[in-house]
Design a protein around this ligand. Structure first.
Ligand code: LLP
Length: 429
């Protein structure tokens, strides 16, 4: 059941009216439903129950402190890819011992920060990275716990831009170089080899690529075990998709069954790094219709949200759902429209030739399944302010990231001395 339902024709997030929220927050803004986040986490934990599984939420999907805290309170760990995400996870109350630091390009400073905090493990992706991590660890008098991220050369059958598990992708260590990486991990004084990791892509809706990847990873695990190299942990990454715009979602129980099959009898702890699955369906982007423009070829609905607020349609050809905040009368005839934002690019298009109940200037729309890779990928392109975020829980609501003022936006930039003197520039008399 979705957290976003009509009550007396008015779309609600849990018990909060979204149109009422627009009166205080303005538009556009993201709204997240705590219950939906908690429900997704609980469903995944239940599906994996009985396994020695740890769910490390991938903050890249939504790094809002309140969202991360919601998951931390349920016991989630964190998968982070930068010092910034690590700081958010720690601030949200995720214990350092439940943080996995992933990413193909960690800096020495980030490694030192992770080591000083005592995180659970670094997922390393190349031999040169291992050399650097060892050097940093030795300089701090520590040993870095690592998992080798394997590139299993498996096609995830998802969008090319979010496919990560094939030999032509930059991620992971190729299977035929793994023995070298294992040897290096044993030789380097600053590393402690604890596990293997895999992540083949995001928004997977077919489960067979997971099976193919997990089988390769567990075969490698057994092989190393046979060579007298017992490893403690297997990290199966994230990637489980959601059902955008009414499409079928992959079956969580079937995913868990694949995990059980592949790990039967293995003495390994398991790590999962879900992002989108935990937060994607828990968020909507609320926007107001500015104009409806009838062109000769198309009817355009111009809204006040844009590709800088939600880049997924422009970047991945993603299809999100659209819900008017006021339910249309039953039987209202639909019309084909293009929903576009105000940014000066044709890619600022949320959907093309889509049948929707008629909308007029001033109407409000919710863009569904925007909880993952929405606000985190927003920018200030076209001088637009970062989009605010609201979290609801039952009838409670909280602004969990405010819309910056224009003064704050300007204050981020400074003028060099030689321009300050110019007539009319900020600070000039
Ligand atoms: N673990 C690793 C190593 C990853 O690279 C990712 C996502 C995840 C976990 C979490 O994946 P998830 O469970 O969310 O699929 N911006 C794109 C998605 C990029 C995903 C990058 N890596 C989008 O909007 O579709």
């Amino acid at each position: 059941m979705t957290a976003f339902q009509y009550r007396d024709g008015d779309l609600h997030a849990e018990d909060v009216s979204l149109s009422a929220l627009t009166e205080t927050i303005g538009t556009p803004f993201y709204c997240y439903a705590s219950g939906a986040i908690e429900g997704a986490y609980t469903a995944m934990a239940a599906a994996l129950s009985g396994l020695p599984a740890e769910i490390c939420y991938a903050l890249k999907a939504n790094g809002n402190l309140a969202v991360v805290r919601t998951l931390a309170k349920l016991g989630a760990g964190a998968d982070v890819v930068s010092e910034g995400e690590m700081r958010i996870a720690l601030a949200a109350g995720v214990p350092a011992g439940k943080i996995v630091f992933a990413g193909v390009g960690k800096t020495a400073e980030e490694m030192a920060a992770g080591l000083n905090e005592g995180i659970q493990q670094f997922n390393v992706e190349s031999l040169p990275e291992m050399e650097t991590l060892s050097r940093v660890a030795v300089s701090l008098g520590r040993r870095a716990p690592i998992a080798l991220r394997v590139n299993p050369d498996v096609d995830a059958r998802t969008h090319a831009k979010i496919s990560t598990g094939q030999a032509e992708n930059k991620f992971g260590i190729d299977l035929d170089q793994i023995q070298d990486a294992v040897k290096l991990a044993m030789d380097l004084p600053g590393l402690s080899l604890e596990g293997l990791a895999v992540h083949i892509g995001s928004q997977l809706t077919e489960l067979t690529p997971f099976r193919a990847a997990f089988e390769k990873l567990t075969a490698l695990y057994r092989d190393l075990h046979g060579q007298g190299i017992p490893l403690r942990r297997l990290d199966f990454g994230g990637g489980l998709g959601i059902g955008y715009d009414g499409a079928a979602a992959p079956d969580l129980a079937a995913y868990a069954a694949i995990v059980r099959d592949c790990t039967a009898g293995l003495p390994a702890e398991l790590v999962f790094e879900p992002g989108r699955f935990l937060v994607g369906d828990a968020g909507v982007l609320i926007s107001r219709v500015l104009y409806v423009k009838q062109g000769t070829a198309r009817r355009f609905v111009i809204i006040d949200a844009a590709m800088n607020d939600l880049i997924r349609p422009a970047m991945y050809d993603a299809t999100h759902g659209f819900l008017p905040l006021r339910a249309p009368a039953p039987g209202t005839a639909e019309e084909a429209v293009d929903i576009v934002g105000p940014i000066c690019e044709s890619s600022d298009t949320f959907t093309r030739q889509r049948n929707l109940p008629p909308v007029a200037a001033g109407d409000l729309l919710a863009i569904s399944s925007s909880g993952a890779y929405g606000a985190v990928m927003s920018s200030t392109y076209n001088g637009r302010r970062l989009v605010p975020e609201v979290l609801v829980r039952g009838g409670d609501r909280a602004l969990v990231r405010a819309r910056p003022s224009y003064a704050a936006m300007l204050a981020e930039m400074t003028l060099p001395d030689w321009l300050e003197q110019d007539q009319g520039a900020r600070g000039a008399a």
